[in-house]
Write a protein that binds this ligand. Sequence first.
Ligand SMILES: CSC[C@H]1O[C@H](OP(=O)(O)O)[C@H](O)[C@@H]1O
Length: 354
Amino acid sequence: MMGKPVDVIQSVRLDDENDTLILLDQTVLPNEKNFLHLKELKDIWEAIYHLKVRGAPAIGIAAAYGVYLGTKQSAAVSYEELYMDFQKAKEYLASSRPTAVNLFWALDRMEARFLKEEGKAAAEIKQALKVEAEKIRAEDEKVCESIGQHALSVLEPGWGILTHCNAGTIATAKYGTALAPIYLGQEKGYDFKVYADETRPLLQGARLTAWELEEAGVDVTLICDNMASIVMKEGKIQAVLVGCDRVAANGDAANKIGTSGVAILAKHYKIPFYVCAPLSTVDLACKTGDDIHIELRDSEEITSKWYEKPMAPEGVQTYNPAFDVTDHDLITGIITENGIAYAPFTESLSKMFK
Ligand SMILES: CSC[C@H]1O[C@H](OP(=O)(O)O)[C@H](O)[C@@H]1O
């Protein structure tokens, strides 16, 4: 289906004149397209925790702008006092969610920029932080486009592509990671047929991926998570593309809960399974997936969030890990902005940074 190129929705924007972070509220999609105008660090923290802004790169960009705005509000005059206020803002935002490494990668990069400005006036340091946050956003846009180009080299026009959760435009600065080749392919007439897992319990696939792709005129079919096997068995899927939240040095990849099950199915049906990973999401300090902290979330996301009445006995025990880790031996390739890494990943991934 030929459609218009992706209608890019900037899900994270800075309105510096009004000291405001503007976020597309991803918790009310697809029913409402509502932008939040946030000035306070508490509101930015809550937006990250409640997935109003979500997706590893988008979280990192929001945190970079957030720590800038938090520092901008400081009345400190000396470098030392301003640094203390910066560190307070950084530590606070870092406590919002534990798994997506981009949150910490972006905050550490902002701190590195702050330290480079030692000896400068407070106003100059604040301006440097703004420039760095804008660079992080602008770079992510180029990174996603490059991931899309590399991904197209392993896909064929007309293929059925299964994806899990949302690794699309709204999870990044532009294009997305797993969805980047879909959008770039659409501009080249590749006419992919995308099968989007609904992705319980937070339904990023149903609410966000299906919405994004419909908006862009891409052929998308929404399926329940438990239908991934049958669409593979029926030959509808020629490749699986997913995003990630943290990739360990050996190639183990943390992504939305359910991803590892999809990878096991893909292995069984001999379908290539690719993780689309900006290098900002690869954490070489994590030796294996066992080192990745998996966020546990509230029961109500399972038992009642989407229903008029709870769909489970009151007070029933739940287990709600927001992510799982796909073992590296289930991954065909890790698609980065610098190329595709293949097994053995410990060696091939580290080379991507050069
Ligand atoms: C392009 S990053 C996408 C990645 O982030 C999502 O997690 P969440 O919705 O909890 O922020 C999911 O794991 C996606 O694959």
